[in-house]
Design a protein around this ligand. Structure first.
Ligand code: MAN
Length: 426
């Protein structure tokens, strides 16, 4: 009799347990208290109060599907996989008992034709191992980042020194340019003066258009009308030639025909020419230095991160081959795409940081690339991820002429990366 009683008690306890399990299947611990009420159940959206027996009875009573967490009855229901040893998560309750194991603990297939083995432990172990490796990589990345910051500081100082040197050179060249301009003006004035001095005497009769011939540089003051008549021999012939030329209606002006100029004018012209050449040279040098200063200032004005951890990327390029193209990213400069016959297309010029407001350095933007046929101008967004190497990880063209790249670099590692990794896991 006593045994009989004990059997009945055991059966009742088992049934109770079974009912409890059935009722609360597919519900997370935090929501379980809402399903403890035995008499009635209030739909989670508060829309209906139903008898508790209608919970998980395979009929959808609540509009939000909350009465059927453990069956596929509601189209919008969700089933909670506890996945002990791995990560708990929700699946749409339509997947319950559909013959596919969705929860790693197999709990979604409790009345299914298939048997799901519990893979949670194995998945958890694998994930923990991956996490450990990732954490190791982040730590190594953080260590490398320190070196990159030091490298960047040196590069930055070098650039600053370069700038002040260039500014000094530029100032010297500016003085030189002024000096050479004066030299040129002097040479021109001297030549003009000489030309004036030996110009044919238009007032004198007979000798009207004669050049006055060889006049020593320092004796030009002595040149006068009288001397213009004292011309002999070869010189006389020369002047006659010039005379002829001057009377010719389409004659070449004397300064464009240097061979026919009097030697003194020729010498003066030579002085002007060399002053012009010298001036051009220093002006060119000055312009080049100005351009270099402008470029350097532009580079120094770029934001290289809070610790200038990205300075080291200046002047470096990384590339990756994807199908028939080779993509090249030159940070803070441009992105290009070369096809297999060697023609190159520009996919964007440095356009600034593009990450979300709380972490702007997570993305770079390169805009205004070459025009795309029936599409926008090409542009590229580069996402920076923490890694122990500085290299491209992926290149994609998710929509026509809009490219995305993943650049891994220790410079992108931060304690936040570390926290994010942990947070995303278990
Ligand atoms: C080239 C490449 C492609 C791009 C097409 C658009 O083939 O730049 O990436 O999609 O042009 O016409």
């Amino acid at each position: 009799m006593e045994l009989h009683f004990q059997l009945i008690l055991a059966f009742l306890l088992f049934s109770e347990c079974f009912i409890e399990t059935k009722k609360i299947r597919g519900v997370s611990m935090s929501y379980r208290r809402l399903y403890r009420e035995r008499k009635s159940f209030l739909c989670m959206d508060g829309s209906r109060l139903i008898p508790f027996s209608q919970v998980n009875d395979d009929y959808c009573d609540c509009a939000d599907g909350s009465d059927e967490p453990g069956t596929a009855a509601c189209h919008n229901g969700r089933f909670y996989c506890m996945n002990l040893g791995f990560r708990p998560h929700y699946i749409p309750s339509s997947r319950v008992n559909d013959g596919i194991c969705d929860c790693c603990d197999g709990s979604d297939e409790f009345a299914s034709r298939i048997q799901c083995s519990n893979k949670c432990r194995m998945l958890g172990q694998r994930e923990r191992q991956e996490l450990e490796e990732r954490m190791k990589a982040v730590n190594e990345g953080l260590h490398l980042k320190k070196q990159l910051i030091e490298e960047g500081t040196l590069i930055w100082q070098e650039k600053q020194t370069q700038l002040s040197q260039l500014q000094k050179v530029s100032e010297d060249l500016r003085i030189k340019v002024e000096d050479y301009r004066k030299r040129k003006l002097r040479a021109e004035a001297e030549k003009e003066h000489l030309e004036e001095a030996i110009k044919p005497d238009h007032n004198s009769v007979g000798d009207q258009s004669q050049w006055l011939g060889v006049v020593p540089h320092d004796s030009r003051s002595r040149v006068d009308k009288d001397k213009s008549r004292v011309i002999h021999g070869k010189e006389q012939e020369e002047k006659t030639e010039i005379q002829k030329g001057q009377n010719d209606p389409v004659r070449t002006p004397p300064h464009e025909n240097p061979d026919k100029l009097p030697p003194v004018i020729r010498a003066a012209q030579g002085a002007v020419d060399s002053a012009v050449t010298e001036l051009q040279k220093v002006e060119e040098a000055y312009d080049t230095v100005q351009m270099e200063i402008r470029e350097l200032k532009e580079k120094l004005a770029i934001d290289y991160g809070p610790e200038r951890e990205f300075v080291f990327l200046l002047g470096r390029c990384v590339q990756m081959a994807v199908s028939e193209y080779t993509y090249m990213l030159c940070p803070f400069s441009q992105v290009t795409q070369k096809n297999n016959v060697g023609s190159e297309v520009m996919l964007g010029k440095w356009g600034g940081w593009h990450g979300p407001p709380d972490s702007p350095y997570r993305q770079m933007r390169y805009d205004d690339g070459e025009a795309c046929w029936q599409g926008p101008n090409r542009s590229t967004v580069v996402s920076l991820v923490c890694g122990t190497e500085t290299d491209l990880k992926s290149v994609k063209e998710p929509s026509k002429c809009l490219y995305t790249m993943e650049l891994q670099t220790p410079a992108a590692c931060s304690l936040n990366t570390q926290r994010r990794s942990v947070h995303n896991e278990l």
